[in-house]
Design a protein around this ligand. Structure first.
Ligand SMILES: Nc1ncnc2c1ncn2[C@@H]1O[C@H](COP(=O)(O)OP(=O)(O)OP(=O)(O)O)[C@@H](O)[C@H]1O
Ligand SMILES: [Mg+2]
Length: 387
């Protein structure tokens, strides 16, 4: 079949040709925004999932839903080195200038901005903010400042009959000492039912991070976890886009791909892409699926997996990742990993463990155990010849 028409979309945040299995999360977000529009409080969301399950795709969907309701969506992605308050300062500037508050409200907001402890206004007429980290006890101060900033945003939005949704991605990279104060601010807004909400997406380590940040975060957020697609949803994700182009998947071909990918969205898109390209006519057979599937797997090994293994981890961290794959699991007990590495020193092991968590390559699903954040990573490591 024609490669130029290939509908599948492997990539980071690339919209899938059929978005399946996420109805519950999409509905929950619509309800949240509609409740806030009516002036009733709603829980913000923390969405977690492994690499490639579709967190970014879902956030992009939320952005569309937000815009449909004439709300302002502020979508931001964090990196290991990002300063959270700096980014928030930029976001607040953007929201305030987009909302264009009346002169009276703008003056009030500016007066408030001048009273902040950790942020300073750079221009007398506008809302340009700069952030200076405070002293050791600055978490409380930052919490007060975030509260004031979010109140300003909430009031400006409410005055215009609008609202604001912060859509944050890769939040596991945010420093808890900076995210906690933001939660304090959100909590205050929530009590006043002002039209501001936040969706934080990230790796499975995220709820612990948010939970540590503030004890009441548990009630402030809902915590949907997104995972592999169910078998029927995975089939639809593959079959529907093809059908629109007059191409049908035979059932054994679909079953084969599900078996190989376990329904992980990113893998489905890669398999779909390669299988489409080998199919010779408008019916995709099991043989096509096997041939194309092998190419897809080679491509994953030399791209998706390799990048995460070789470019992101140091040699010592790679030995740790290898050792995990040899242990019973998942999850993998740290005590087993230590044995497998022939180590007796818990301390040096925990340095690597913490570094790998920080880099987002592993997470700790329970006390004393870790797991990969990349699906099928253990299989990949076992496939590699260079042990
Ligand atoms: N519900 C879905 N149905 C079908 N395909 C999907 C779905 N969600 C995501 N995909 C596809 O999966 C791939 C990965 O999606 P996305 O980048 O959103 O994942 P992610 O969870 O943000 O990954 P990462 O943690 O690496 O950032 C994309 O190619 C996307 O098209
Ligand atoms: Mg993503």
């Amino acid at each position: 079949v024609d490669e130029r028409q290939n509908p599948y979309a492997p990539g980071a945040g690339t919209p899938p040709p059929a978005l399946t299995g996420r109805d519950a999360e999409i509905k929950a977000y619509e309800v949240l925004i509609d409740r806030l529009k009516q002036g009733t409080a709603g829980q913000s969301m923390v969405i977690t999932g492994l690499r490639g399950v579709g967190k970014t795709v879902l956030l992009n969907q939320f952005e569309l839903i937000t815009a449909d309701r004439d709300w302002i969506a502020i979508a931001r992605e964090f990196e290991e080195a990002s300063s959270f308050p700096d980014k928030i300062a930029r976001c607040i500037e953007r929201v305030l200038s987009e909302l264009k508050p009346t002169k009276k409200l703008a003056d009030q907001i500016r007066t408030m901005l001048h009273g902040l402890g950790t942020f300073a206004v750079r221009d007398p007429q506008g809302f340009e903010l700069s952030y200076t980290p405070g002293s050791a006890h600055s978490e409380d101060l930052l919490g007060e400042d975030f509260t004031d900033l979010l109140l300003a945003v909430g009031q400006a939005a409410q005055a215009k009959g609008r609202g604001v949704a912060f859509l944050f991605d890769e939040v596991q990279f945010v420093n808890p000492g900076e995210f906690g104060p933001f939660i304090v601010g959100l909590h205050r807004l929530n009590q006043k039912a002002l039209p501001v909400t936040c969706v934080a997406a990230g790796l499975p380590s995220l709820p612990a991070l948010v939970g540590n940040a503030k004890s009441y975060a548990e009630r402030l957020f809902e915590y949907p976890r997104i995972d592999q697609l169910s078998e029927p949803d995975a089939w639809t994700a593959l079959a529907e886009p093809a059908l629109r182009l007059g191409v049908t998947w035979e059932q054994p071909a679909l079953s084969y791909v599900f078996e190989q990918t376990a329904g992980y969205p990113y893998f489905l898109q890669e398999y779909g892409k390669y299988i489409w390209n080998v199919a010779s006519d408008a019916v995709i057979t099991e043989e096509d699926a096997r041939t194309g599937g092998r190419s897809a797997q080679d491509h994953l090994d030399s791209g998706f997996f390799l990048v995460r293994f070789e470019r992101r981890a140091t040699p010592a961290e790679r030995r740790f990742l290898h050792a995990m794959a040899l242990c019973p699991g998942p999850p993998y007990a740290t005590s087993d990993i230590m044995l497998s590495l022939g180590k007796t020193d818990q301390r040096s092991l925990s340095v690597q463990r913490d570094a790998l968590i920080k880099k987002g390559l592993i997470h700790a699903p329970e006390h004393g155990a870790v797991d990969y954040t990349v699906p099928h990573f253990a299989d990949y490591l076992k496939r590699r010849a260079d042990w």
